[in-house]
Design a protein around this ligand. Structure first.
Ligand code: NAD
Length: 493
């Protein structure tokens, strides 16, 4: 596939050759079973995906274990070199990766070409560059001794990732894990394995030694659970639901106490105070925060809390801004949303809309759409008029459905925002600097965005408080998930 931006994504999609076999010990492998993977874009069968079992997981973990000594000892500079080469190869294959991601997940091609793939490449480069810039510590110890504190890789890391940002979240895990000298067995979500499988192939082409990065495909219940219970997996990095996070904690306890980092669900609030300088800008960002990526974002700002004085004005502005997230053919190269991950998931999300309609009101949207023969498309939807204790304010919907609520005082806004078991993110809009600091300080969330939504970058840690999990992706803090401090104390006096 060429590297210039294509105009006809449909014909590119028709001629794309897709390999759905797992990738273990440097090559493609088939398991005993396979299953077809289907695109939510138009229902086409994309590939036969290997359905790995626990025996395949054993083989992948053994390959990663064999590769660990050499990869961990080769030194940071060669590791950086291979990862930078992989980033360059991803750039050369960016169009193909974006097309795979769109077909597999339903995201618009405009998003995968401008955000998902470039974002993954940028994070990979960031950790490649960080690999040889880590230093140890020489802490103060009594005279007659020297102590060195070094950061050691943990060994074989398993990573289990979800379907909403398949390539980006996989890179959030694999880049720091590999840069620090670990080897990896990665399990993508069964709905979206194709871009990561291609990435593993490119990694081999970039010179990554066999066994350093393995991709085992298949169901969470089989492959994910086999990794979680494995006695030779040293650490497990997870992004997904809070429900699965609980099973992973249990599996670690029942097996080898493998170290866990868990990025779980969210139900994030966006608080708009009446003193917001530019209410239209706040509404535009609120629409992005709630509906971007079809609302399938763990940190989606799906609870919009607006101070009563500006409630009606803001609701009108938000209605206009949400029109930009109407679903369209993901391969048409247009702005707006694509398909949800599947028709079944759209059914689940639609049930919330039905509840909103009967128990409160639908302020805009609410309709299912059929595009290219697939009914996995939903309009951006705003619910309102629901009581403060309604499930809709606490439970994750994971689709393009937000709920609007009015508040009167700062204290009430903070109380409503914190009234959830989750604590991944929150946003605050105000022109009062003191209020911004005060409210940000009170919110129980891993990231608080002020006068923007969902602020995120390679340099800042991302993760949750409360039942949104623990451990951080991105930034130098991510190395904590994949390394342990080691003290070497030398007595000479
Ligand atoms: P999920 O938890 O069902 O699945 C996530 C991954 O776990 C998949 O690869 C799945 O196959 C695997 N899995 C499922 N059951 C398993 C088991 N018993 N043992 C081991 N692995 C298992 O979540 P999902 O539906 O794929 O994704 C949506 C969820 O992910 C939402 O709750 C969302 O908030 C969360 N998410 C969180 C973040 C974050 O950074 N906090 C980012 C994206 C998504």
């Amino acid at each position: 596939m060429n590297t210039t931006l294509s105009l006809d994504w449909h014909s590119q999609a028709d001629s794309l050759v897709i390999d759905g076999r797992a990738f273990v010990d440097g090559r493609r492998v088939t398991g005993r079973l396979s299953r077809q993977t289907v695109s939510p874009v138009d229902g086409r069968v994309l590939a036969e995906l290997t359905a790995c079992g626990s025996a395949d997981v054993d083989v992948a973990v053994a390959a990663a274990r064999r590769a660990f000594p050499a990869w961990s000892r080769v030194g940071a500079e060669p590791r950086k070199g291979v990862l930078l080469e992989l980033a360059a190869l991803m750039e050369r294959h960016a169009e193909e990766l974006a097309l795979l991601e769109t077909l597999d997940s339903g995201k618009p091609i405009l998003q995968t070409t401008t955000v998902d793939v470039p974002g993954a490449i940028s994070t990979l480069r960031w950790y490649a560059e960080a690999a040889d810039k880590q230093a140890g510590e020489l802490p103060a110890v009594p005279p007659g001794a020297t102590a060195l504190v070094t950061r050691e890789p943990l060994g074989v890391v398993a990573a289990i990732v979800p379907w909403n940002f398949p390539l980006e979240i996989a890179v959030w895990k694999l880049a720091p894990a590999l840069a620090a000298g670990n080897t990896l067995v990665l399990k993508p979500a069964e709905q979206t394995s194709l871009s990561v499988l291609r990435l593993a192939e490119l990694a081999a082409e970039a010179g990554l030694p066999d066994g350093v990065l393995n991709v085992v495909t298949g169901s969470g219940r089989e492959v994910g659970a086999a990794l979680a219970h494995h006695m030779d997996v040293d650490a497990l990095a997870f992004t997904g639901s809070t429900a699965v996070s609980r099973t992973l904690l249990e599996a670690s306890g029942r097996s080898n106490l493998k170290r866990l980092s868990l990025e779980a669900g969210g139900k994030s609030s966006n608080i708009v105070f009446a003193d917001t300088e530019d209410l239209a800008a706040a509404a535009a960002k609120a629409a992005f925060g709630a509906f971007y990526n079809q609302g399938q974002v763990c940190s989606a700002n799906s609870r919009i809390l607006v101070q009563r004085e500006v409630h009606d004005e803001f609701a009108a502005l938000l209605t206009a801004a949400a029109a930009g997230y109407a679903p369209a053919d993901p391969l048409a190269g247009l702005d707006g949303n694509g398909a949800l991950i599947s028709s079944t998931h759209a059914d689940d999300v639609e049930r919330w809309i039905v509840r909103g309609r009967t128990e409160g009101e639908v302020l805009f949207g609410g309709e299912r759409r059929e595009i290219r023969g697939s009914d996995a498309y939903l309009e951006p939807t705003l619910l309102g008029g629901l009581p403060a204790d309604h499930d809709v304010h606490r439970e994750e919907i994971f689709g393009p459905v937000a709920v609007l609520q009015a508040f009167d005082s700062e204290a009430e806004a903070v109380r409503l925002a914190n009234a959830t078991d989750y604590g991944l993110a929150a946003s605050v809009w105000t022109s009062n600097l003191s209020r911004a600091h005060r409210v940000a300080g009170e919110l129980l969330a891993g990231t608080v965005s002020v006068n923007t939504v969902d602020a995120l970058g390679n340099t800042t840690p991302f993760g949750g408080f409360k039942q949104s999990g623990f451990g951080r992706d991105l930034s130098l803090h991510a190395f904590d998930n994949y390394t342990a401090p080691k003290t070497t104390w030398i007595q000479f006096g």
